[in-house]
Ligand binder design. Structure first.
Ligand SMILES: O=C(O)[C@@H](O)[C@H](O)[C@H](O)CO
Ligand SMILES: [Mg+2]
Length: 382
């Protein structure tokens, strides 16, 4: 069997899909994308295609190794996301060839379903408590919110008070057992992170995410001892070698690799297994589309340390299209009691509606991250 073609589709709201074809009629889908850089990742896929055309799609581990190591320069958001989408599509093909879901080939499922959380905003506090309650009424058992608007290196306590008021209102609305993840989104610097971690401790959070940017992870040494809140990060780390530093540091409780950014199923599984050896939990990052989510669920099936899954179903930042629009079997993502079942169909377990993908690729998107400014005019992290 030989790979004959790789084709990318830039589709709303901000995604990129990849279709890999073979000479025996088997087809695989992946989602190679970094938010705000979809076209750049598509270009990287196109470059990697020179190597893949004519190869047997079933040799995933070897192709991954060559595509990672073979370019001399390696790693980073663009390369690892391109590799991720290709890897997902190759697992999709392999599963379809053998007539089993990808997780079966990874050693079989350790769970039937995974708890999921939903994102409720929070950049501009106000109605987050109402949204959290709505999500609870929808059957979710956990949400994630952004902590606050922008924050300068040292900022005023009205912002701290705003974060606390917001979280307190949510805790009040949803009761003691509902999971609340708070994403600092890399907006917070070490001094303010120290203040916030202490003040947030009474609200029994599920985790605080990116208390500081991962590139400033050495600050966790000072931040972690200040509270018992689990620390999560990893959506902006892309390989075993990136996570090695974090795990060896010992201050992180939950890693959040994104299987569309961190080298696909092959690499993310290895990252998850490394974390298990440090007694670190897994909460895969996925504010993306249906192919990415299906790949995530294949990993959740197989990785013992997974405890919750991010998903963007019905989220308002998906303007123009929702996750279910692109699939023929939307029931595969139905949640019940706050859980989503592990897909059991062959490959990734999602049936892509190719006609609709082509239609929406005709419209495409040029999604870009919002650009914010502090009150003094300097750039503010989004
Ligand atoms: O954890 C999350 O889901 C967010 O931090 C998103 O990854 C970010 O807004 C870019 O899409
Ligand atoms: Mg995040």
């Amino acid at each position: 069997m030989k790979i004959t073609r790789l084709e990318t589709f830039i589709v709303p709201p901000r995604w990129c899909f990849l279709k890999i074809e073979t000479d025996e009629g088997f087809v695989g889908w992946g989602e190679p994308v970094v938010e705000g850089r979809a076209h750049t990742v598509a270009a990287a896929v196109e470059e990697l295609a020179d190597y893949l055309i004519g190869k047997d799609p079933r040799h995933i581990e070897d192709h991954w190794t060559v595509m990672y190591r073979g370019g001399f320069y390696r790693g980073g958001a663009i390369h690892m996301s391109a590799l991720a989408g290709i890897d997902q599509a190759l697992w999709d093909i392999k599963g379809k060839v053998l007539g089993v879901p990808a997780h079966e080939l990874l050693g079989g499922a350790v769970r039937d379903r995974i708890r999921v959380y939903s994102w409720i905003g929070g950049d501009r506090p106000g109605d987050t408590a109402r949204m959290a309650k709505e999500r609870m009424d929808d059957g979710f058992t956990a949400i994630k919110m952004n902590a606050s608007e922008e924050m300068q290196f040292i900022d005023t306590f009205d912002k701290v008070d705003g974060v606390i008021a917001n979280v307190a209102a949510i805790r009040d609305a949803v009761g003691p057992n509902f999971g609340i993840g708070v994403d600092f989104h890399g907006r917070v610097h070490k001094p303010m992170a120290k203040v916030l971690m202490k003040e947030l401790e009474p609200y029994r959070l599920m985790f605080v995410e990116e208390p500081v940017l991962s590139e400033n992870a050495e600050a966790l040494k000072e931040i972690a001892p200040l509270s018992n809140i689990p620390i999560a990060l990893g959506e902006r780390l892309f390989s075993r070698w990136d996570f090695k530093q974090i795990l060896a540091g010992g201050y992180v409780d939950i890693i959040q690799p994104d299987p569309s950014h961190s080298g696909g199923i092959t690499e993310t599984r290895k990252i998850a297994n490394m974390a298990e050896a440090y007694d670190v939990a897994l909460a895969l990052h996925c504010p993306l589309g249906p192919i990415a989510l299906a790949a995530n669920l294949q990993l959740d099936a197989n990785c013992y340390n997974a405890f919750i899954q991010e998903q963007s179903l019905g989220i308002h930042y998906n303007q123009g299209n929702d996750l279910l629009d692109y699939v023929k079997n939307p029931e595969v993502f139905a949640y019940e009691d706050g859980y989503v079942k592990i897909p059991q169909g062959p490959g990734l377990g999602v049936e892509v509606n190719e006609g609709y993908v082509r239609e929406r690729a005709g419209i495409g998107h040029r999604w870009r991250n919002p650009i914010w400014r502090h009150k003094d005019g300097s750039f503010a992290e989004w």
